[in-house]
Write a protein that binds this ligand. Sequence first.
Ligand code: SF4
Ligand code: SF4
Length: 333
Amino acid sequence: MKETVSQMRQVEEIMEKKCITGHIYDIQGYSVHDGPGIRTTVYTKGCPLRCLWCHSPESQTFTDELSYMPLRCVGIDKCGLCLKACPEEAITEAEPEESLQNPGELITKVRIDRERCTNCLACAKACPAKSLMPSGYDITVEEALRRVLLDKPFFGEDGGITISGGEPLSQFDFTYELARRSKEEGITVCLDTTGYCDGELIDRIIPVTDLFLYDIKEMDSRKSEHFTGVKNELILENAVRIARGGGRLQIRIPTIPKLNGDLENIRRTAEFVRTLGDAVDLVQVLPYHRMGIPKYERIARKYPLPNIDPPSDEYMEERLQIFRELDIPVQLH
Ligand code: SF4
Ligand code: SF4
């Protein structure tokens, strides 16, 4: 029997959807910090913001950087493949150091001259130890979903998939389709977003999102631009849009002493959150930490913040109290 034009079109559409590809930098199972319950988090690459405190610098760019993890290098005398692969002679021998695996033995790892490096990634392709790697990779919706489904038995009632970033709405087709297909499989979907996107995308993603993990970083737009690279009006507008459109919100506030952690900003944030009404399930206040610093070293980027100490328990408690006084459910993250 001959296929009709409309049947052929349907097949084409199915094939197109099957091949929607995203660019991501990680998939992490058993994640307990990215929404309720046990979740598998898909981290998309690329973000329009440049938060000074960002702990995932590899998430920021849409293109890949060369990432180097010296711990994994087995040493030039045993391998040395990257030196041969590099067309720019950007890889040389580092100073010998004591091997962690075999104390007393010296091991010579590699040094990358980032001035010479053109980011061609030939060395990463050659490195058998995944010591040199591109900071991201392509994955189709179907491949990502297959990986998430492996973890489904651990999700229980509360868990599921979280699509995070970077900014997942910057790769809208991938994010939408992964969320939609996850829901078809009976998996709940959290979307971790900066909210810095076209409002129309928010309207389209609401029906396939069970919970938005939504950062509000700074209420003063001028300071927002200084701390994050963007003004805050669109972010605040989209939070209202989600609330009015029937979406659920978990608001997250990264709290950085000397930047956005001042009591005035937290008070203004709490007052704004109150205007979102019962669309807000929970506010999480996230104390500043410095755990992302080694990731900057891996991709040879300079950590943008000067020395700022993580806040004390008392400092955080004072901020939590502001939300409690307004009857907003709040917790320390
Ligand atoms: S990315 Fe290319 S140019 Fe840079 S060190 Fe690797 S092989 Fe050499
Ligand atoms: S290819 Fe990888 S493991 Fe081999 S020397 Fe280079 S960095 Fe080390």
